[in-house]
Design a protein around this ligand. Structure first.
Ligand SMILES: *Cc1c(COP(=O)(O)O)cnc(C)c1O
Length: 481
């Protein structure tokens, strides 16, 4: 239940926690910000954290931990074999998901590596609602192919469908009918990351799992963003309004064959896990853990992270805990949308997404609108977002550019990290930037690595638009930071 304010016009999302450890932030001047972003090659991945005021790059490994998580880390039982920490984590997984078997891994992509090694052979396909970068990389590395079946609305920026992560069931049916033998497994991503943290409904998940079970096809759920998906199921899917989070989680674990997740997101910790109810599946996957990760009691994880994960998973069953991320993001999206800033809607789970192609209307893909907007927002407010557009794509083998379908600037909201006034500040600076969008120019490459160019590549502004933007900032804000 949410808290209602006496004066409706004062209604805002309310933090259901208090802050007991703080980290001092620094906000460089606008002139310094122009300098810093150019030292970083106009690539927000290359900014130093000390120069960043609001770090909205990612929600991975940067979520706030609770007091109980911090306390749990002190009881870590650091034994190679038979560790009590491992037993406590197993118990938490069993209670939260209802699954019996657990395989540890050092993070989400390590689970993906194990699943790809075990099940994907050259020529096989893995249908999924939408890919995630690391999941796709592991599947293609072993010769498999990813087939995306997300419903049409999932790719439409302004479509208000509450479950944009849903599968197109007709296309799944057709694929099963024509290529059943080639399917390694069907991957279901909750809180579908790359289309804006958009959820999948229980009804859709159930239909997918039922269809696969009847056809004898394995289903694998990527639960990395499950906490947000659970929240959206509760508030957007009427049948589940009165069902407890625990019962929803158990129902999900019942319908599929395997669940895996990154605990850098789910459980507000570090590490990863593969869990299942089926002993044969557990045995099939078990051998890969000592090979790639570590002994079965820790799988590459640090014991303190495992304790924090166990406690964090229990806390995931608390609506007041899991709602904090989505309600702050919804507030930010609404503020900006009301002002006319083109946003991806409805608000999703891991952050707010600005449609950079519409924000910088007319800027061609080869001037990288999403990257230019990321650099401009850092100049405007010391805010570090992440380019999710053409810079994040890879060139075709013949060297031509592959442009992104959507040029997005992602403003991640690490869970329970920012206060509402910081979110308001972010909205304010984006609004200022929107009113001054004519001043924003494009970017061009200075150094373009052939792999993972978005991590390490360096760009420069075309012309002196950044100086002109800083000058306008001074005119409008005087000597303010
Ligand atoms: C982050 C993420 C992963 C990968 O997890 P890591 O811990 O970063 O390796 C996989 N799937 C989804 C949906 C994610 O969001």
């Amino acid at each position: 239940m949410s808290v209602k304010f006496y004066r409706p016009e004062h209604q805002v999302p309310l933090e259901m926690h208090k802050v007991r450890i703080v980290q001092k932030l620094f906000l460089p001047t606008v002139e310094e910000r122009v300098e810093k972003i150019n030292e970083a090659g106009n690539n927000t991945f290359l900014l130093q954290n000390k120069d960043v005021f609001l770090d909205m790059l990612t929600d991975s490994g940067v979520n706030a931990m609770s007091d109980l998580q911090q306390a749990s880390m002190l009881q870590a039982d650091d034994a190679y074999a038979g560790s009590e920490t491992c037993n406590r984590l197993k118990k938490a997984l069993h209670e939260v998901f209802g699954t019996e078997y657990f395989l540890p891994a050092h993070q989400g992509r390590a689970c993906e590596n194990i699943l790809a090694e075990a099940y994907v052979k050259p020529g096989m396909i893995v249908p999924m609602n939408f890919h995630f970068t690391t999941a796709k990389a592991h599947i293609t590395r072993v010769g498999g192919e990813v087939i995306e079946l997300v419903s049409e609305s999932g790719l439409e920026p302004q479509n208000d469908n509450p479950f944009k992560g849903n599968f197109d069931l007709d296309r799944l049916r057709e694929l099963i009918d024509t290529r059943r033998k080639d399917i390694a497994f069907v991957r279901i991503e909750t809180g579908t990351n790359l289309i804006g943290g958009q959820p999948i409904s229980m009804a859709n998940m159930k239909a997918v799992c039922k269809m696969c079970r009847e056809a004898g096809i394995r289903t694998v759920i990527d639960a990395s963003l499950m906490q947000d998906n659970l929240y959206f199921v509760k508030v957007r899917e009427p049948e589940y309004k009165d069902v407890s989070l625990k019962d929803i989680m158990h129902e999900i674990a019942d319908m599929c064959d395997i669940i895996y997740f990154s605990s850098r997101k789910l459980g507000f910790s570090r590490g990863g896990a593969i869990i299942t109810k089926h002993e044969p599946t557990y045995r099939e996957l078990m051998e890969f853990v000592p090979l790639y990760e570590g002994f079965l009691t820790y799988g590459g994880m640090e014991v303190r992270s495992m304790e924090a994960m166990a406690q964090g998973l229990y806390e995931t069953l608390d609506m007041e805990v899991i709602s904090q991320g989505p309600i702050f993001i919804e507030y930010l999206v609404k503020e900006l949308d009301d002002y006319g800033v083109p946003m991806i809607k409805p608000a999703g789970g891991l952050g707010a997404h600005i449609n950079a192609s519409a924000f910088l209307e007319g800027m061609p893909h080869n001037e990288y609108p999403a990257g230019a907007l990321a650099a401009a927002l850092y100049i405007a407010g010391g805010i570090r977002g992440m380019e999710r557009g053409s810079i994040s794509e890879q060139r075709e083998p013949d060297g031509t550019e592959r442009y992104a379908e959507l040029e997005l600037l992602r403003l991640a909201c690490p869970r329970r990290v920012f206060t509402l006034s910081q979110i308001k500040y972010c909205a304010d600076r984006v609004k200022w930037l929107y009113d001054n969008r004519d001043l924003i120019g494009g970017l061009e490459w200075v150094e373009e690595p052939s792999v993972l160019r978005f991590f390490f590549g360096r760009l420069k502004p075309k012309g002196d638009w950044q100086q002109r933007l800083a000058k306008k900032f001074r005119e409008d804000f005087g000597d303010s930071l």
